[in-house]
Design a protein around this ligand. Sequence first.
Ligand SMILES: NC(=O)c1ccc[n+]([C@@H]2O[C@H](COP(=O)([O-])OP(=O)(O)OC[C@H]3O[C@@H](n4cnc5c(N)ncnc54)[C@H](OP(=O)(O)O)[C@@H]3O)[C@@H](O)[C@H]2O)c1
Length: 124
Amino acid sequence: MAALMGKKVMVIGGSSGIGLGVVEAAARRGAKLVMVAISQERLEAAKTSLGAQANVETISADMTNKAEVARLFEEVGPFDHLVSTAGIPPPGSPIGETDIAEVSAFVDNKLLGALRLYRGARAL
Ligand SMILES: NC(=O)c1ccc[n+]([C@@H]2O[C@H](COP(=O)([O-])OP(=O)(O)OC[C@H]3O[C@@H](n4cnc5c(N)ncnc54)[C@H](OP(=O)(O)O)[C@@H]3O)[C@@H](O)[C@H]2O)c1
């Protein structure tokens, strides 16, 4: 419980789903959250849902964009923990009907996105 008290925790994909669950759990344990996603509107809605007592900063950044990832880490500065749950669902069609562009967008988002985040964090 005390392990997260006062710690700065970045959650990429924090505005929704699993990421928002991580944000809620960490906020309850006294962490300072940096909630990151693409849509500023959804970030604000998620922040409102957490209540005024939660210590949450929101930043819009797209992890498929190298420059945005660099800007994100510059803006955040030093932090204690980085969690990424961000992603889009994998293509669901049978393999013979799967659109290659859809597969490519999925890989660029979820897999290469995680790699960009790791590199951005290492560059600090
Ligand atoms: N929920 C499940 O049961 C489950 C099970 C297995 C796997 N997964 C996978 O886990 C991932 C997260 O699932 P979820 O249910 O939490 O999804 P979700 O509710 O759709 O949330 C996705 C989050 O990721 C953000 N995001 C997406 N692309 C981004 C990008 N390029 N840069 C920055 N943020 C981005 C979204 O922000 P915006 O809304 O602003 O785009 C949102 O905050 C997905 O890839 C999903 O396929 C989920």
